[in-house]
Design a protein around this ligand. Structure first.
Ligand code: ADP
Ligand code: ADP
Ligand code: ZN
Ligand code: ZN
Length: 776
């Protein structure tokens, strides 16, 4: 319990990851920002220490049985934390969302809307009032019985099942049938039932064809197998199954992904004939509010849903009022273009976090610490003020906010700033400053201070001239209506616009098929791998070089160890307890499973025999534990390794360890690793590089490093197109395409295009004023 007179969360001796015994006091009931270059240790402090410790205490209090498991997973490495309130994390990282989760379920707005329909909807004469469950496609009471609440049905058609009707059954007309014995069996059953299996399919009577393909009957007949040349088979009892039945059964029940995929080729997905895509029972779809069904309202952008008229009754007024109050903060955070039925897997991580944030405002929680990871990600500068307003409201309601941020406008607005550094990895891990923002100006060695107080002007460089252009469009997709865009080649282009204006939709249309593009490389923020088996070294190919180096040592030769022995992915050299993962998975009841170090190899991944082989005094496990920076020194005279390590240093990843599992890397880190492996290949010929918000997760000091690389690609004759909100990056582009003016239906147009100076003067552009300031 925090003592009432101590207003600080006091952390003592934090040693998680690279933190060097950090002592820091952060005020409660304040907006505190944690900043510093990438890899300096901000997240290790805010999430890895403060949040992890709050979680641990919470689990211990609610579930004593979890203690043993927590012990196994490991408590954060920290001496003590006092004054720590319960914590809520609104981290960006994508929880695995089920396909049925939507904006409506995530924000609880679906509940409010259902209540409104249940209590205050217009029912057909004589109809009984429905429970609010009856308006949810995710309950048995509500789901349309035909499509089970999915809104679409899978069906088979004759065209799909029989692609070539000139063939006979014996010649394989029914393409959907299984191969080998089973297929012959079905054919022989048909023959036994009196079907002419040698007639071209199209000459069979229509009724017959329909029965063969679609019947639900499963007649049993005695089959006299058609004689194969060398074998005589005995008669047997065979059961018929129609092609549709076979395809549906395989699609729904087969354990083999290949068979399921094959079955899916014979299925067409179409809107459900019963609910027309509304996903609900007919009784529920007969109820309306303001003349519309709940499915229609769920498809409206939130800005329009908020305009719902009050209704006649007191209940209707209260319920619509509640709905509107819940929508308001979401619209303020620039997300008014979303609809309730939008499924969460199609949202960006920034959109997800802001939705969670807006939802929290109505939760009425107080006395908690909210821990956020870069809430400004994906946010246009025009919407930053709304974000700050929202954060302050949560604070004023009696909460603490610990926000990891790189955006200097957010840092400037904080009540308190914790600056971690000075650099990354082992060169970071110290708190350089913990106090009010202004005082940071006097802190020597802070990379943040440089950007916070004197805006570094972009380096002057000669204007570039495009070598032609590619034309995209006309694009009609999402909120774009016949938009045509031109992207000049051989220059750096930034695509700007508020969230939801259509930037991603537009650049998604740039493909290798367009004349002039040549090779297209999309460097996105998706993970480089989904299991701890992939890591930086395996992804870049560096690990192949390293294993070869170990196999070439005298010790390895003497023992007969080849390169395979040094792989942790195959049996031989790896630790078998964890099968080379270094970790074992620990299942925590009702929590996502987590990893704990392997009890046998203690995280080394290899068996003792392999670990006895050393190169310059280090085992392969010790090499995987080196940071890129130390490895670059260690392998300086191994050219193949040095080349790949140098490009990783160039994109600012010197602080990562070679064996750091893909699952521990942020989206920005994954993106920079991909960029580095691209750079390392140094392909010839023109390439168009496409990057969606490459500065996410980057401190301005890291942005400088990254931009040097991207402009280097342009100077080498390539084309770079980025979607970007960071105005320092946009100001330094050769060409800008500004989308907007708003989000969703209020956007989807090109508002302005030209040099940064031209776009900065454009009227009606939400970007112009911010770009103008960055150009000053
Ligand atoms: P920041 O949030 O400032 O970008 P982090 O706290 O994520 O930095 O990382 C600080 C250091 O700790 C980096 O050197 C990083 O490589 C390392 N690190 C991060 N996560 C882990 C982990 N799960 N295990 C080991 N080291 C880690
Ligand atoms: P931006 O990249 O500028 O944030 P997007 O291109 O992602 O904008 O979105 C433009 C519009 O298209 C928005 O109204 C958004 O809701 C809609 N949209 C984007 N992706 C999808 C999707 N997968 N399904 C339906 N609508 C989408
Ligand atoms: Zn249906
Ligand atoms: Zn092991």
């Amino acid at each position: 319990m925090p003592t009432p007179h101590d207003q600080y969360v006091r952390v003592r001796g934090a040693r998680e990851h690279n933190l060097r015994g950090v002592d820091v006091d952060v005020p409660r009931d304040a907006l505190a920002v944690f900043t510093g270059v990438s890899g300096s240790g901000k997240s290790s402090l805010a999430f890895g220490t403060v949040y992890a410790e709050a979680q641990r205490r919470y689990f211990e209090s609610v579930a004593p049985y979890a203690r043993r498991l927590i012990h196994q997973v490991g408590a954060p490495k920290v001496g003590d934390i006092s004054g720590l309130p319960p914590a809520v994390s609104l981290q960006q990282r994508r929880a695995a969302p089920t396909s049925r989760s939507s904006v409506g379920t995530l924000t609880n707005l679906s509940n409010s809307l259902r209540m409104l329909f249940s209590r205050a909807g217009d029912y057909p004469p004589g109809a009984e009032r429905l429970d609010s469950d009856a308006f949810s496609p995710n309950t048995a009471a509500g789901a349309c019985p035909e499509c089970h609440g999915l809104g679409r049905v899978h069906r088979t058609t004759e065209e799909l099942l029989v692609p070539d009707p000139s063939l006979s059954v014996r010649e394989g007309a029914i393409a959907a049938w299984p191969g080998a014995w089973q297929g012959k069996n079905l054919r022989d059953i048909l023959a036994a039932l009196g079907v002419d299996v040698d007639l071209p399919w199209r000459e069979l009577p229509a009724e017959r064809r329909a029965w063969i393909l679609f019947t639900d009957e499963q007649p049993v007949v005695t089959v006299h197998p058609v004689r194969d040349a060398d074998r005589i088979q005995r008669p047997y009892q065979g059961t018929y199954m129609s092609a549709r039945r076979y395809v549906m059964k395989t699609f729904a029940e087969s354990k083999s992904p290949a068979l399921r995929a094959k079955a899916e080729r014979f299925l067409a997905s179409a809107p459900c004939p019963l609910c027309g895509g509304g996903r609900l029972r007919p009784e529920a779809l007969a109820v309306t509010v303001a003349g519309r069904t709940i499915a229609e309202l769920a498809a409206l952008p939130l800005t329009e849903l908020a305009g719902l008229p009050d209704g006649a009754t007191e209940a209707a007024r209260v319920l619509t009022g509640d709905l509107r109050a819940r929508i308001a903060p979401i619209v303020e955070l620039g997300l008014g273009y979303l609809s309730l039925d939008r499924s969460t897997p199609t949202l960006s991580t920034g959109e997800l976090q802001r939705l969670r944030l807006a939802t929290q405002l109505r939760s009425g929680l107080f006395g908690v610490v909210y821990v956020l990871d870069e809430p400004s990600a994906g946010l246009h500068p025009a919407d930053t003020e709304a974000l700050l307003t929202m954060l302050r409201r949560l604070r004023d309601a009696g909460n603490s906010l610990f926000v990891v941020e790189h955006h200097m406008d957010v840092v400037r607005a904080a009540d308190w700033v914790v600056d971690v550094g000075p650099l990354a990895g082992e060169h970071g891990g110290r708190v350089l400053h913990s106090g009010p923002v202004e005082a940071l100006a006097r802190v020597p060695g802070s990379a943040t201070a440089r950007f916070l107080f004197d805006r570094a002007a972009a380096p002057e460089r000669p204007a570039r001239r495009p070598r032609g252009e590619v034309t995209v469009g006309p694009v009609t997709r999402h909120n774009l209506r016949g938009v045509t865009a031109r992207f000049p080649l051989g220059v750096f282009t930034a695509v700007t616009g508020v969230s939801g204006s259509g930037k991603s939709t537009l650049i998604g249309e740039i493909t290798e098929e367009l004349p002039g593009v040549g090779r297209l490389v999309s460097v996105d923020q998706r993970p480089i791998g989904r299991t701890p088996r992939s890591n930086l070294a395996t992804y870049t190919g560096l690990f192949d070089v390293v294993r070869k180096v170990f196999a070439d040592t005298d010790a390895a030769r003497g023992l007969g160890y080849g390169v395979g022995r040094f792989s942790f992915n195959v049996a031989g050299g790896r630790c078998e307890t964890c099968q080379g993962e270094g970790f074992v998975s620990v299942e925590l009841l009702f929590l996502p499973s987590t990893y704990a170090p392997c009890p046998d190899c203690d995280g080394a991944r290899y068996n003792p025999g392999t670990l006895r082989v050393t190169y310059r005094g280090r085992s392969i496990a010790e090499v995987l534990d080196l940071t890129v920076e130390s490895a670059a020194e260690f392998f300086a005279d191994v050219p193949a390794a040095a080349r790949s390590l140098d490009t990783l240093l160039d994109v600012g990843l010197g602080y990562l360890r070679l064996g750091q599992p893909a699952t521990e890397l942020s989206g920005g880190e994954a993106q920079r690793i991909k960029l580095a492996s691209e750079l390392q290949r140094g392909r010839r010929g023109h390439t168009l590089y496409l990057l969606d918000e490459p500065t996410t997760g980057l401190h301005p000091a890291d942005v400088e490093v990254l931009m040097r690389q991207l402009h280097g690609l342009v100077d080498a004759g390539h084309t770079v197109v980025v979607v970007e909100h960071d105005m320092s990056v946009v100001a330094d582009a050769d060409h800008v395409v500004d989308m907007g003016p708003g989000g969703g239906d209020a956007g989807g147009r090109i508002v302005a295009a030209g040099t940064p100076a031209e776009v900065a003067r454009a009227r009606g552009s939400a970007t112009a004023p911010y770009l103008a300031r960055a150009l000053e």
